[in-house]
Ligand binder design. Sequence first.
Ligand code: ZN
Length: 426
Amino acid sequence: MNVIAGHKKTFLATAFIIILCLIADPVNSLNAQGKRRGNKKAASQEAQLPADYRSKNFLIHTDLEPADAKDLLERLEKMLKIISTYWGSPNRKVIECYVVKDLSNWPRGSLHPSGAQSVANGGGVTMGRTSYRGNQIVSAKAIVYATADRGTPQHEAVHAYCTQNFGRTGPVWYSEGMAEMGHNWKALPKKGQPIAVDCPTYVLNYIKSSEPQSLNEIVNSKSISGDSWQNYCWRWALCHLLATNPNYSPRFRPLGLGLLMKKPVSFNQTYGSMAREISFEYLFFLEHFDQGYRCDLCQWDWKTKYRKTNNVRGLLTKIEASKGWQASRTLVEQGQKYQFSVEGEWKTNRDAKPTSAIGSEDGLGMLVGIVLSENDEGEYTLSDEFELGETGSFTAPVSGKLFLRCRDAWHELADNSGKVSVKIKQ
Ligand SMILES: [Zn+2]
């Protein structure tokens, strides 16, 4: 018996992973096909035969021009540094990628059939093979096949890194959401510039013009990789919010590592107690979504204690120009009139003249308010926004928590500066 048990312990198991990814939107994948057909005629004159390029962590076989291939290697290395730092696990093995600019440049049989098929569809595929002894990875190898366009090599390289370093890439929403982050990420949250929304135009247009997919649909549906580019947009948006909003980012990294290491963790378990807040902030993010939007600056304050103001001393609070809605500490009652006065100045961009809370002629820089309340289902809802300015009174449109901010475009808060003191009394 002992011998058999001992034998079992050293038994090698091999797991195969194939992650098929569709990243390009329909318009562009049609363009890609057109481009391929168009290029066929010119191929004999300009054919760039596939060649090999190496960097510290990558080996790429590609028909890109040498300068473009070197540029891609640099971008891949930069991205790998960001993601391996984020996950706290240096890459262990060279990642091998076939990056295809024009399929007609590739001799028949030089690409794996599944790889060639994915590329022809305008996407990519990562094929992985991992050997385990017990739960321990003894060897792991992933090969990427990707079109040269649209960040596909970066996307697939995230899958390859996860496969080689963790043996898996996590559930679909996480795997694909993080792979999309890989090519959108420009820097680590804590180093240098915090992460602003910076995504391809088709993602921006789609998210801005569509009814959001619910959190439950993204996280709990039995979806598969490569299902639709639209689903990739929602997965990325959710991962972006969770990774960059300080209300949720501290739990997101350990959750992700747990999923990658197959620990007993889940989205629902990690964020269950915050479900209402996440749902509210997720919809808020999508409503104000734009290039440059900063989830860290626009995070909602769920911690500050609120109370009713008294009419002698009132409640004093500081509001910063560079942040989204901020807690006023004042609980307001529907129909009740409140007095307010504001001291201080702020600016709505680097070169703007400082203004008081009345703002400038274009309406920017004005102190505005909104009331957060809960409906019968316990969901958070917002009143309409109302203008305050420097001094005066307002009547609360509903009962709830008063939030304040300096009016400016939601995706242009980062270059604002200054803060004002607001006093509110009945
Ligand atoms: Zn993918």
